[in-house]
Design a protein around this ligand. Sequence first.
Ligand code: DAK
Length: 257
Amino acid sequence: MSEAVIEKVDNDGVVRLTINRPKALNALNSEVLVALESHLTELEAQTNLRAVLITGAGEKAFVAGADITEMRDKTPEEARAFASQALRTIKRLETLPVPVVALVNGFCLGGGCELALACDWAVASSNAVFGQPEVLLGVIPGFGGTQRLPRRVGPAMAIDLITTGRKIDAVEALRIGLVNRVMPQAELENYVEELTKQLKGNGPQSVRGAKQAVHDGMDQDLDSALALETALFAVCFAGEEQKEGMSAFVEKRKANF
Ligand code: DAK
């Protein structure tokens, strides 16, 4: 049997998904997108889920884009179906109820950058390279880049990157707010382990509620978003987590969530 295009490892509720096409620099083809969506369907139903990590196999690339070989001969209708599959999969990743962390361990181009943009965190190795080079191929970004990139880095920088197709290094990606952290490749795994430990130490329902408030609020006007925050804040007081967290503070001990 051939190797899985997505490898899944579950470490006590922290699930790591690895896109496993290193010979093609983990380019996203239909097989990868369908397999990824199927894993996400399982994860949506997983009650002990605490965080999801997504990365690319090998040391060279996170994801070097949508698969150009597969796309080359598509008709407009086939291209639309391909983009719809990708948009649906990426949206499901974005709306998982727990933090999603992209471990960007190398090239992060086109559809790869669009995948990282749907994650809550992007942690990059210092050799990572980012870009939306679609215009060099005679197309525009088709996996959400024209919409999520300006929301992340602002419209001026998004237009710059999308219309030139220029590649940027990890330091520039950090400066423009495309990624949260940059570090040497050898330190990436340790950092992410610490990050997930920190996330796991916090109240799981609070972390989910905080993610929901940020994500859902971003699509609303400020007053509606603040009302949403109030509602989600109040819900915290209906559960055990808030009792434990605040009691632990008063009793000068570490909370046990
Ligand atoms: N697709 C398919 N294969 C890829 C690939 C990709 N995106 N990127 C790399 N590969 C393959 C290479 O063809 C090569 O395969 P072999 O020749 O060994 O069989 C292997 O990976 C290693 O790559 P290189 O030999 O090129 O490695 P280098 O270190 O020399 O260069 C590179 C690395 C990342 C600079 C280079 O591979 C590169 O420029 N790759 C393409 C990057 C790119 O342009 N990405 C954006 C793709 S377009 C849509 C609209 C738009 C889109 C999608 C849908 N709709 C409306 C439907 C567009 C999305 C994109 O992401």
